[in-house]
Design a protein around this ligand. Structure first.
Ligand SMILES: NC(=O)c1ccc[n+]([C@@H]2O[C@H](COP(=O)([O-])OP(=O)(O)OC[C@H]3O[C@@H](n4cnc5c(N)ncnc54)[C@H](O)[C@@H]3O)[C@@H](O)[C@H]2O)c1
Length: 383
């Protein structure tokens, strides 16, 4: 042991060294600097060894940096800090993300114009930056009918923008395979019949602690006339169409809204997108049940948006024209081309990704609410 006199006469570092040496000779615990990952200097090793021996939670060691090493450490710290800030901003919920862009959108330009500061180019550059779309990174979505066609394209596009997606489709669908196509493991398939309350609850539960986006693409169609040579339209087919297309859509909307309303956000806590059809306006021969179901979806858009306004959840509907999906898969290419030619401009069938693009635009533009958008290349269906 060192005498009190000896202790006082030695510099502090020397005292630590001496104490460590007297306590356990030259055996020291190896220690690494937590900044540069290299061996800490011998004094720090000794200090560390003392702490370990006395069961004190060891302090993080930082080796004494040499000038070059010091610069490197500063660079690394800066990179870590920037990375953390980026990660934090990506993790912000939809509400924040949107408020972020909107609050940035005009205020800086207006105030700089008022002050008369900066050149026109600088203001223009600022404007361009402010016009960037809100990031969807870190949001969570449920897409029904996601195993095929419009739902699949939407799930793919959402995931490509960093959104975690629950793919809700029938157990018989190839939802499992579609989920694997989504990048970075962002897709989870939950076998779901949209008409079943418990199954829809489970799909929504699978989105995790929050839900920001719900897109309803599950739907079916029967081509049966009100009265044909085979007799009157079977009532069960009519009821089934309404059950899946209307009650199924509504089932998802009400349960999704319940979860979205729990999100934080002054303006936007979530957004619901339903899928109607232009058959809602120009139903053709044999589309009586289908047209009725799609008209119901158009009809519930505004009242639902009004109902959910106090919960800060938006509701919109897309009414597609003719899209190249499984619905038309059975048709020969020639017939598909003929159908495409009936579309004024662009004169072709729609690409499912064009539906997904509109869905994302609706998600990102928080002023869009209570509306139905035709997506049909100006097509008006003939009888
Ligand atoms: N493709 C078009 O031209 C077109 C035009 C207008 C409207 N739409 C509408 O768009 C939506 C998507 O159509 P699509 O073309 O992608 O069809 P699709 O057949 O490719 O996809 C529909 C999906 O819904 C699923 N589904 C059916 N019943 C379900 C249920 N009870 N529960 C859960 N999932 C169910 C199916 O398994 C399928 O994966 C439908 O509502 C359809 O009416 C399509």
């Amino acid at each position: 042991m060192l005498s009190a006199l000896e202790k006082r006469s030695l510099p502090i570092d020397e005292r630590v060294r001496k104490r460590a040496e007297t306590e356990f000779g030259s055996t020291t615990q190896p220690a690494i600097c937590y900044v540069c990952n290299r061996d800490a200097n011998s004094l720090d090793e000794l200090r560390h060894s003392l702490e370990v021996k006395r069961n004190i939670e060891p302090k993080k060691l930082v080796c004494e940096p040499k000038p070059k090493q010091q610069q490197q450490q500063q660079r690394e710290r800066r990179q870590t800090r920037n990375h953390c800030m980026r990660a934090r901003s990506h993790a912000r919920p939809l509400a924040d993300a949107e408020t972020r862009t909107s609050s940035r959108s005009t205020a800086p330009i207006v105030s700089s114009l008022k002050r008369g500061s900066g050149s026109w180019e600088r203001k223009e550059k600022k404007g361009r930056q402010n016009r960037k779309m809100a990031s969807l990174q870190g949001l969570a979505a449920v897409v029904t009918g996601a195993a095929s066609g419009l739902g699949r394209a939407t799930a793919l596009r959402l995931a490509a923008n960093g959104v975690r997606v629950v793919l809700a489709d029938l157990p018989s669908s190839n939802g499992e395979q579609t989920a694997k196509e989504l990048p970075d493991g962002l897709g989870t398939f939950v076998p779901t019949d949209v008409t079943d309350e418990e199954q829809v609850r489970a799909a929504i539960e699978a989105s995790g602690d929050r839900l920001d986006i719900a897109v309803n693409c599950a739907g079916l169609a029967h081509a049966i006339k009100t009265l044909s040579k085979r007799g009157p339209h079977p009532l069960d087919k009519f009821k089934q169409t309404l059950d899946v297309n209307v009650a199924g859509t509504f089932n998802v909307c009400r349960l999704a809204a319940e979860k979205m309303a729990k999100n934080e956000g002054e303006e936007n806590r979530g957004v619901i997108i339903n899928t109607a059809s232009i058959a809602a306006y120009e139903g053709q021969v044999g589309q009586v049940a289908y047209a009725a179901s799609k008209a119901a979806i158009v009809g519930m858009t505004l009242p639902m948006a009004r109902d959910l306004a106090s919960s800060r959840v938006r509701v919109n509907t897309i009414a597609p024209g003719l899209f190249d999906t499984a619905l038309l898969a059975g048709l020969p290419e020639k017939v598909k081309a003929e159908l495409g030619a009936t579309v004024p401009n662009p004169s072709r069938l729609g690409d499912p990704d064009e539906y997904a693009q509109l869905a994302l635009a609706i998600v990102q533009n928080k002023m869009i609410n209570g509306a139905t958008y035709r997506l049909d290349g100006a097509l008006r269906m003939q009888p």
